[in-house]
Design a protein. Structure first.
Lengths: 238, 238
DNA sequence: CGTCGTTTTGACCGCCTTCAACTATTGTGG
DNA sequence: CCACAATAGTTGAAGGCGGTCAAAACGACG
């Protein structure tokens, strides 16, 4: 895990930052619209998705507090995804150009960002495995295991229970299943006594069982390397 | 597209580089084995994949000449994927630590790598869409469109025809389909007169038709931003 | 000529989708 | 405070896409 010196942290804090607040369902960035922003989720959950023909939508990532949703957007690289708030979100925003400048003078900031980007691509790879090779129960089980593990890493889980703003529609868009089938799978998981999922709250009763169903191996999350890495920036700019 | 100055190129060329040659099917890097290498494909095609239970395998990316297969591997970040040569490959290899050093003294190298990493994550996102929401013919059509477009960008396609070392098994592992079904889809595509695929050679007869089947929109490849970017490094170290 | 990997073929089955309702919950304005 | 709309969750029946299993044809290569 990369650590920053006091000097580096104060230099970071000196960068001009803008705070953004959006309500659930709002679009934060739209595909095709040129922008030059770097974002950090401070509170809430956001998603990156693509809209497909037929009203379908594929969610490619969920961004929890401490995540960088858009690694780096520049006008000459057309944004090809939508960034949408799943729940009410607050984000910190910086100008890409200024951040790149900062990386030139403080290389460790860039290395820290690089570290987080690596973890994000690793998660995306695992999602390819998830939608590519796992059955419906496996997909959902794996997704829930991942989210709980990542939420736990940022202190948002107590006793395997956490606030969970995702609807079954979100889960279906992330797993490539229909919302009807997600519903049936949820009931299946409940009936097996694995979890409780209702009223925006998720409680896991049988972590081992769920992890086995989803073939969940947290190695790909690289928690020892990344855990709380962006908290440094979050603290610095907040 | 990021350009390098002469000074930056010579500094790059001065870095200690190792050449690697592997034959088709050979494992280049294995998951779990600690390593500290940065790689660049010079010739041939490599794949990153994960082996799953039941002898199944998911391929998450194909790496063509000019691609960075492993963005950056360090011992404290356990490698979670296998890097396997699809065809005979030659790669350039550098030590991660030395490359990071180089990025500190020549920031534009880091920015160039960042640019390529962004494109790679963008491709991975599209793969999630592919396996998540498209039908079998769509998946295969999209994958072929992507590969031909990327091969064309590095000058390996003439008149919509190119060498194509991927077997139907590779295609099935990349699309999350069975090799039997991939075979049937290939026949379907041939019967429709869209392509010829045999003896390690691919010829597209109806690009428009194939692109429409796969809903292929090349925006996500960010070719204007990335095209040939890594060729600079390739040239420099070769 | 035999072996191994790749491609092909056919029959059967099951997971998940599709379609069409219905219910529960939430929120909003009259 | 309630009527109403909108979103989220639930249920059932029917059908198709792709998986599974088993076996054969094909080609490359030693």
């Amino acid at each position: 895990m990369i650590q920053l010196s006091d000097g580096e942290r104060t230099a970071l804090a000196a960068l001009p930052t803008r705070m953004i607040s959006v309500s659930a369902g709002q679009v934060i960035l739209r595909a095709g619209v040129p922008s030059s922003t770097w974002l950090l989720v401070l509170k809430g959950i956001a998603s990156t998705s693509k809209d497909l023909e037929g009203g379908k939508r594929q969610i490619m990532a969920f961004h929890l507090p401490g995540d960088m949703p858009v690694l780096m957007s520049t006008p000459d690289r057309e944004l090809d995804i939508d960034l949408v708030a799943v729940s009410a979100c607050s984000l910190a925003s910086m100008d890409t150009v200024e951040l790149v400048e900062a990386c030139r003078s403080i290389p460790r900031i860039g290395e820290l960002l690089w570290e987080c980007a690596l973890t994000m691509t690793s998660i995306q790879r695992e999602w390819i495995v998830n939608v590519g090779h796992r059955t419906a129960v496996g997909r959902l089980a794996h997704l829930l295991c991942e989210l709980v593990t990542r939420l736990e890493a940022v202190g948002l889980v107590q006793d395997k229970a956490c606030d969970f703003p995702l609807t079954q529609v979100h889960l279906s868009q992330a797993t490539g299943l229909t919302r009807i089938h997600v519903n049936r799978v949820c009931q299946e998981l409940r009936k097996r006594g694995l979890l409780t999922l209702e009223a925006g709250r998720l409680i896991l009763h049988d972590w081992e069982g769920l992890a086995q169903l989803g073939q969940f191996d947290p190695t790909y999350l690289h928690l020892p390397a990344t855990r709380g890495t962006l908290a440094w920036i979050g603290d610095a700019v907040a």
